[in-house]
Design a protein around this ligand. Structure first.
Ligand code: MG
Length: 159
């Protein structure tokens, strides 16, 4: 069986006056993530893990953050397009394991809905998309609520 793994990492700054998009959902929070797109840091880490596994560079290479066509774009579209890029080259998604580092808000209640939202975009079942949340014990930029970080590992299989 031809399989590959990839890893992804992303950070976005938390600011006032932006809606908070994470894991394909718009969640209630007093701040939002800053970025050219909707700044969904979890989806971006997953895209980078998938692209990395397939040896296809990174999300910024395919969807540049200075390209007006991606301004404010729903990152779910980027995940769908990433999956399509892999599919064109004969890869399908095996599984994803991701971790979000955020002091607040509490993400655990939303994880099943994130899995249900992201899995179809990658043409897999929700149980193939593991999403975990952790704080960093109030340490560092995530602990100070200046930003949110996400890490992801992806396994892909040759169709
Ligand atoms: Mg990003």
């Amino acid at each position: 069986m031809d399989i590959r793994v990839g890893q992804g990492f992303d950070v976005h700054r938390l600011v006032e006056g932006r809606q908070f998009f994470l894991g394909g959902l718009c969640l209630p929070f007093e701040k939002g993530l800053l970025g050219h797109s909707d700044a969904d840091v979890l989806i971006h880490a997953i895209c980078d893990a998938l692209l990395g596994a397939a040896g296809l560079r990174d999300i910024g290479y395919h969807f540049p953050d200075n390209d007006p066509q991606y301004a404010g774009i729903d990152s779910k579209i980027l995940l769908q397009r990433t999956t399509a890029l892999l599919k064109e080259r004969g890869w399908r998604v095996g599984n994803i394991d991701a971790t979000v580092c955020a002091e607040r808000p509490k993400l655990n209640p939303f994880i099943p809905q994130m899995q249900d939202t992201l899995a179809p975009l990658m043409e897999v079942a929700p149980e193939q998309v593991s999403i975990k949340a952790t704080t960093t014990e109030k340490l560092g930029f995530t602990g100070r609520e200046e930003g949110i970080a996400a890490l992801a590992v992806a396994l892909i299989e040759k169709i």
